[in-house]
Design a protein around this ligand. Structure first.
Ligand code: SF4
Length: 82
């Protein structure tokens, strides 16, 4: 599974960060970025294996986003959320 932030949708509401500060933070533009275990922070697609969080928590963070800016796909590229 993999996750990304749609920066056009993100309004910096930070509920994802409140739920999962080990994965999400705001960058200098006030948009959410994903903290990777390896590699630079990014809003782009990041595999779950490169994150320090349970899959269920990532889904809950996505559900908490008021603008559905957190996108999740399975390994076959099928969108799981939203
Ligand atoms: S909850 Fe959504 S809108 Fe708020 S910072 Fe996270 S991705 Fe952006």
């Amino acid at each position: 599974m993999k996750v990304k932030v749609d920066r056009d949708l993100c309004i910096g509401a930070a509920s994802c960060i409140a739920l999962l500060p080990e994965v999400f933070e705001l960058d200098e533009e006030g948009k959410a970025v994903i903290k990777r275990l390896q590699g630079d922070k990014t809003s782009d697609w990041t595999d779950y294996s490169n994150l320090s969080a349970e899959a269920q928590m990532i889904l809950e963070a996505a559900r908490s986003c008021p603008t559905n800016a957190i996108i999740i796909e399975d390994d076959n590229g099928k969108q799981i959320y939203p």
